[in-house]
Design a protein around this ligand. Structure first.
Ligand SMILES: [Ca+2]
Length: 403
């Protein structure tokens, strides 16, 4: 039967239908550009940035070698204020070591407490400590106020994780990598009695037994003889940056892969994210531990090589070598970005976005094209929910729609 519609209309409708059926997930997310902010300031390997939750609007930035500085309110100024200096302790020896994380106590305004995560040698370890601001100067930390909460002994120099965050529940979440080397040789990720290859959840305001912190009673492995009560989630290789969605409270993490797949995970209580038994959605190595929980798949994965894309359900994603987890955009300036989880690849400089409706991935796409000059060390979020990119070469960029 001959159609009454002109043929070009039919072709157009067919193309639209084919597009919707064939690739419902590939979306036209807004293209972004990077705007250099604080252009007169240079930093050494900036790894984290956060606004103090005390109403002062002060933004703190962390350098890998062991410094925390307060950025000037005037973004054209030429000097930052040094807040804490741990350089003499030499946290930064090998590439992945250093001062890696910082978090403000939820009641920072009243108690001046904040937390840092840094590497130390002899023995190799990662230290999680509490510090307090000087009573007579809110722009200076008291270096003598250190209270060590936890030390992770680690077998190798790399995969240290080091992202620390307070959740909406007021508990401190701490990521630590699997302990390093290839293939997680000690099988830490699947060992429920290891603190490595995990995200921990602890209470900095209470104490459990002789520990310098409390283990919340509703943690998933509390009371299990073969497991550590601090563990919130495990089977993670090396979470490089995680964040809470400030609207939904969901915990997002970028877990760095080894040979083939980078992944983004939604972290849930007691979740086992598969490493070293799985890399991304794919079986990897045998593990000596039988998991009592099913392995949880990532929200999305991307390959190290374009030729691997055929093995993934996520076509046209783009490739990279080391994921950097970011933030769900909840700012006010850019409505087109609302609800987009922003993440990137450290090595390629690519920035992607995805949307997730709480149950499933609904959209994903490239936001900024590959640019290997700008290594994506971390993302950051200010008090208004505006998102930034920290370039490893020492620059801070605001993320903004390209038009
Ligand atoms: Ca995984």
């Amino acid at each position: 039967m001959k159609s009454s519609l002109p043929s070009w209309v039919c072709r157009g409708l067919f193309a639209l239908w084919a597009c919707l059926v064939a690739s419902p997930l590939v979306a036209e997310l807004p293209k972004l550009k990077l705007t250099h902010v604080w252009p007169k300031l240079g930093f050494k390997r900036p790894l984290w940035m956060e606004e103090a939750p005390d109403g002062t609007g002060r933004i703190f930035l962390l350098e890998q070698q062991g410094r925390i500085v307060i950025l000037p309110k005037d973004r054209t100024a030429t000097e930052a204020t040094e807040f804490l200096n741990l350089v003499a302790r030499k946290p930064y020896v090998q590439d992945e070591e250093g001062l890696l994380g910082m978090a403000f106590h939820p009641r920072f305004k009243e108690n001046g407490k904040f937390y840092v995560f840094y590497s130390q040698q002899d023995p190799l370890r990662s230290v999680l400590s509490e510090f307090t601001v000087l009573k007579n100067n809110p722009d200076k930390a008291d270096p003598a106020s250190e209270r060590i909460l936890l030390q992770f002994l680690r077998p190798f120099w790399n995969h240290d994780g080091g992202c620390i965050l307070f959740g909406p529940d007021g508990k401190l979440y701490v990521s630590h990598g699997d302990g390093g080397k290839r293939d997680d040789p000690l099988d830490n990720g699947q060992n429920p009695s290891s603190l490595l290859g995990t995200i921990l959840r602890i209470d900095v305001d209470t104490r459990t037994g002789a520990l310098a912190y409390g283990i919340p009673k509703d943690n998933p492995f509390v009371g299990r003889a073969d497991a550590r009560g601090e563990v919130w989630a495990r089977g993670l290789r090396n979470v490089w940056r995680m964040s809470f969605d400030r609207k939904t409270g969901a915990l997002w993490a970028g877990d760095v892969g080894q040979d083939k797949w980078e992944e983004i995970d939604l972290i849930v209580r007691g979740g086992n994210y598969g490493w070293r038994a799985r890399e991304g959605f794919h079986p990897w190595l045998k593990t000596t531990f039988a998991s009592t929980e099913p392995y949880l798949d990532p929200v999305i994965e991307y390959p190290h090589l374009p030729t691997l894309a055929a093995e993934s359900q996520f076509k046209n994603h783009g490739h990279g070598l080391s994921v950097t987890g970011g933030y769900v955009y909840r700012g006010k300036k850019h409505p087109s970005l609302q609800g987009v989880y922003i993440y990137g690849d450290y090595k390629q400089g690519t920035v992607w976005g995805l949307r997730h409706d709480g149950k499933a991935l609904t959209e994903y796409g490239e936001l900024i094209a590959p640019n290997p000059i700008r290594l994506v060390a971390s993302f950051a979020e200010d008090g208004d929910g505006e998102v930034y990119l920290l370039g490893f070469e020492g620059k801070i960029f605001a993320l903004e729609p390209a038009k």
